[in-house]
Design a protein around this ligand. Sequence first.
Ligand code: G6P
Length: 358
Amino acid sequence: EAAEKCGFEHFMLKEICEQPKALRDTLRARYKDGSLSFPVQIENLLENCKHLLITGCGTAYHAAMVASYVIEQVAGLPVEVLVASELRYRPHIRKEGEVCLLISQSGETADTIASLRLLKELGIPTIALTNVVGCTLSREADWVLYTQAGPEIAVASTKAFTTQLLSLFTIASLIAKQERSGLLEALDQLPGKTQLLIDRQEDIQRFAASQFNKTKVFFMGRLVDFAISLESALKLKEISYTHSEAFAAGELKHGPIALVDTSTLVVALCTQPSLYAKMDSNIKEVKARGATALVITFEDVHTFDDTADAIFRLPQTHPLFSPVLSVIVSQLYAYYCSVLKGNDPDKPRNLAKSVTVE
Ligand code: G6P
């Protein structure tokens, strides 16, 4: 096992640090010589799709959420996102031109497989997005796309998630009605930008050392930042056992603010330029109640300089692609909190890598 960790203390840290390569490998499979490359049947299916349904569980569901914002924005295609553990029990009303994308790292999650079987019975074309060649999902779906993350050992998903995001961004670019070239250029640069973040992991380690004892951690954001807030809170609770929650920042006043006090860390994800002012006012509200505020935003943004207690700056990218960068900050934060608390981040209590029974 020590050999497999290649000198890293834990698989989770190794897998976080492998993201630039995993992303490059995943991109290479879908983007060659300056253009997108998909199996022709999948390309036809996606280009003629009128309504996209995306499903998955846990982290894969959060990838689906991010994709819904991105695909609607760049491709103008209606996207519905349902968690697979609910989808399988809901009456499903088939829409004209509907296609379903099922996301699962392992391809063995019971609820995702049950959803696939239900949708196939309804005659809806299905595409699996998975990381494991030959898994059940890949064998049963009509079509399959693979992420190239390599084996993911740690229970908490890291490189599988970011490679899912990158794959979903290539799908969004494929069906984009607006100018594709700007998107492709941004995608091409993303793997390299993740390396810049990983090189600064000590900054996150230092911040974690000052905060890991906080008993309440809230993550808030709007649009893709909301989806990454959910993923960040999940990661932190999974491995550090800290009570963490996420909400759409606009919902702050509809409940969460009642819990904010001096024992609260609020992480504000702020990567959507048109919403910086709204986020700044939310941060002021939690600060007024004694919370500590960490802001995650792009370099060159100064809106939060006087409001935040700490700012973590991301390399600039297309704002819709920020999740691949912002989530790495959360992964590292969760990892260091877990280690500082004396936990084993690779094998969190009560959790399994793959939930194959209900
Ligand atoms: C478990 C894992 C999560 C994962 C989820 C879905 O809960 O601990 O990391 O996101 O299952 O797994 P899948 O293999 O379907 O992506």
